[in-house]
Design a protein around this ligand. Structure first.
Ligand code: FAD
Length: 370
């Protein structure tokens, strides 16, 4: 592709800004990022309260997020935020320690050792029977093949055939049952369901393992997690500052038309011409949204097959509330509430996060699916 190709990127969230960075690294500098909001970062949103930044969107990263490594390196920043710590409570608010391998806990919960065994089996299965399960993008799994980029620092292109990959279309609970590793769901559910990604009886194994591949899930288990003092939004503010072409904020896209091998984008009333377009904004939003955000299918000249594909996108409504509590009621750390991670408890908070342990003048953020 000609290095002068004019590329339009819709969205100044992590995906859009990273696209700008990777294009620039490959020598494509003629790109434009259009962001509808008055800030970058998208769902990485870190508002300030009493002089400190809190998280109302993404909170943490893990060492296996290689793209975040690349961004940190590009900007000369690091993950310098408060250490994450958490414990568990039951629905009655009592602290529980479901995974502690104390003698008493092992006697009360004999499944703990079984779960450990199943975890080892699961790790092996993913490497062997499901080889290729973690290839970025999951292209081809429905036909029993994998093709894309390895989830390793080099992210080298990989491809192959593996008919077992078709199992990734099963709901995660069935996938685990089929492989005799039902108990590992107790480990995966914390960073999955409580983070708003849905229930294991509904979500295909492919989606669960795309985000929580074995290595990433183990980072959660070992609390090998990163945070940023100025919030996750800071990563993207920094990236935006370091890019040759900063995101154009407050860009309202009215229309996108593809014709004669070009792309015509009507933005804030004027038509701009590009050669290529990358869309990192929502492809489809069911119903109407209070903030006026539209899906791509509402302003783009989408084809019927694209429309049909996008209409299959499902959304989970996930609410984050920031609450002020009286200092004497502050939770000491963050808590997961497993009892609430079931469909019958929809709407109940599943996790809450205390970000700054050294201060009582703060807000606690709570997370619930609705
Ligand atoms: C509560 C919460 C907690 C999370 N916690 C974590 C976490 O701890 N760790 C983690 O790794 N991930 C976490 N995530 C997920 C993470 O935030 C997302 O994966 C990430 O933000 C996705 O980036 P994106 O660029 O694809 O999309 P977004 O972040 O959604 O960015 C899309 C951008 O496009 C813009 N846009 C939309 N429509 C238009 C339009 N028509 N024209 C122009 N611009 C448009 C939006 O304003 C936005 O800036 C969390 C998400 C939420 C909501």
């Amino acid at each position: 592709m000609d290095k002068n190709t004019r590329i339009c990127i819709i969205g100044g969230g992590p995906a859009g800004l990273s696209a700008g960075m990777y294009l620039e690294k490959k020598g494509y500098e003629n790109y434009t990022i259009l962001e509808r909001n008055d800030r970058v970062g998208g769902k990485c949103w870190s508002p300030t309260y009493n002089g400190r930044r809190y998280e109302m969107g993404a909170i943490m990263g893990v060492p296996s997020y290689y793209a975040v490594h690349d961004v940190e390196e590009f900007c000369g920043i690091t993950h310098d935020g408060p250490q994450l710590n958490r414990n568990y409570k039951n629905a009655a608010g009592q602290v529980i320690e479901p995974f502690a391998r104390t003698l008493g806990n092992l006697i009360r919960n004999p499944w703990l050792l079984k779960m450990k065994k199943q975890l080892n089996v699961f790790g092996e299965l993913l490497e062997t029977k499901y080889k290729g399960y973690d290839v970025n993008g999951h292209r081809g799994v429905a036909e029993g093949r994998y093709e894309g980029f390895a989830v390793t620092p080099g992210r080298e292109p990989v491809s192959g055939t593996n008919p077992n990959l078709k199992d990734l279309a099963l709901p995660f609970s069935e996938f685990c049952k089929k492989n005799g590793v039902e108990l590992i769901q107790k480990i995966w559910i914390g960073p999955f369901t409580s983070f708003g990604y849905g229930y294991f009886d509904e979500i295909p194994a492919g989606y669960v393992l795309k985000y929580l591949d074995f290595q990433t899930c183990m980072n959660f288990v070992k609390i090998n997690l990163w945070t940023w003092k100025n919030g996750t939004q800071y990563i993207w503010e920094q990236l935006n500052d370091h890019l040759k072409n900063k995101a154009r904020l407050n860009s309202t896209i009215e229309k996108v038309e593809r014709r004669d091998g070009k792309v015509f984008v009507t933005v804030n009333g004027a038509v701009e011409e590009y050669d290529k377009i990358i869309v990192t904004a929502p492809l489809h939003i069911p119903g109407t949204r209070a903030d006026g955000q539209k899906g791509m299918d509402e302003y783009f000249d989408v084809r019927d097959d694209e429309k049909e594909l996008f209409s299959k996108i499902d959304y989970e409504r996930y609410d984050v509330l920031a609450v002020e509590t009286k200092p004497e009621h502050h939770p000491d750390i963050s808590y997961y509430v497993f009892d609430n991670m079931v469909p019958e408890k929809l709407g109940h908070l599943m996790v809450y996060y205390r970000r700054w342990r050294d201060s009582v003048e703060q807000v606690i953020t709570t997370y619930a699916q609705r």
